[in-house]
Ligand binder design. Sequence first.
Ligand code: HEC
Length: 173
Amino acid sequence: MSQREQNGNKDSGKKLGAAGVPVVAAVAVTVLVALFYPASESPVVIPKITDTEDDSAKRWYTNEQVAHGQKLFAQYCSGCHGENAAATPDWRKTDAAGNYPPPPLNGSAHTWHHPLSVLRETIRQGGVPMGGVMPGFADKLSAQEIDAVIAWFQSLWPDEVYQAWYRMEKESL
Ligand code: HEC
C-alpha cells in the first residue's frame, strides 16, 4: 500500500466519524422530545419563575394569555364558577348529597394551595377522580388553553395571595 493510499483511507475514516456525530445527536434529541411530549399533546409552556425572592410579585403569564383565558373561562367555566370566578361564596358547605359547590377561583378560597401541576390536572381530569363532581376538560381544552385559563383566574389574585402561591409552587418544583 502506498503512503498516499494510506492517507486517503485515514481521511475517509475521519470524515465518516465526523458525519456520524450529528446523526446520533439528532436521534437523541428526537427521542428526548418524544419522551417529554406525547404525540397527542403540544409542548406546555413552562412558567418562567426564577429563584430570587424579589421576583415573587412578578407573574409567570403574559397579558395575551390572560385575555385568551378570560374568553375560555366565560365559555367553559363561568356557568359553575361564576362570571368573575367568585362563585360559590359559601364554598365550604356541602349540599344534601355531600358534594362541595364550585369554589371561587379568584383568590378568595383555597385554590392557591395547589401548584400549577395540580391545577392543570384538576382542569384536565375534573374532580371525579378525587370524589368531586367537576367535569374534566382534557378533550375540550389544549394544554395552552388550560394554562391561559389558569393565567386569567390567577390575574384576579391579590399580590399577597399570588406570593403565597408562588412560594408554595417553588417548593413543589
Ligand atoms: C359543572 C360545573 C363546573 C364546571 C363547568 C367547571 N367546574 Fe371547576 N369545579 C366544580 C366543582 C363542583 C369543584 C369542586 C371539586 C369537585 O366537586 O370536583 C370544582 C373545582 C375546581 C378547581 C379546584 C379548586 C380548588 O380550590 O381546589 C379548579 C382549579 C377548577 N374547578 C377550575 C375550573 C375551570 C378552569 C373550569 C373551566 C375550564 C371549570 N372548573 C369548570 C364545578 C365546575
